[in-house]
Design a protein. Sequence first.
Length: 244
Amino acid sequence: MSAKQHYDTHLGEFYSWMVGDTEPGIAAFTKLLEKHKDRLGEGALALDLGAGHGIQSIAMSRLGLQVVAVDFNEQLLGELQHHDEYAKGHITAKLDDIRNPGHLVGSPPSVVVCAGDTLLHLETREDVMQLLTDSMAMLREGGLLVISFRDYTTPLEGDKRFIPVKSTHNQIHTCVLDYEDDRVRVTDLLHTNTDGQWTQKVSSYFKTRVPPADITAHITGLGGTVLESMVARGMTTLVIAKGQ
């Protein structure tokens, strides 16, 4: 199953429940960008690739940027469109494929964001590297590329492959990882209790395995300068400037 099919038929239905309160994530991303606000400017154009229900888009809107939020899942974009921040007119939602991002905006953006492991939802290593290349190419000189992704270099084995994501009194989400040479199968198990009856829903898709060092090397080879590199809860975040 493709990532889009997985989100459309399964994960998109409970993604917002899984994430929970978005304000801490919005605040954290706002703080990250504020450190580089001299590269952005009031009213600058921002492109959010794989925006989902809008954590990064909302943060950028609150900083005064004009945001184009792109995602392949209609439900998550719909949730963004119902957020109070969307009504202020700084965000435009687009239901589209994030590949070939040059057609998504009419002028060079000051910042391109691809967060939340979206990058590794692409089907092949070549697709991942091409998106990075295209994103750097479309940025204005001095602009920012902000990406985040998980490190799947070292396979989890045995019971460690089973990851408890979230649970409440009536719903349990567990993620199971099965590693192959160049990709990992991600299976989302959702158990739901309705009127005392538990049911299970299962769906799987693949993420691409690309070592963080390879991603960094590719970006610097394109003329990018890594301004920040951090790892939190298994997620690597890079802030890259086009040029110096």
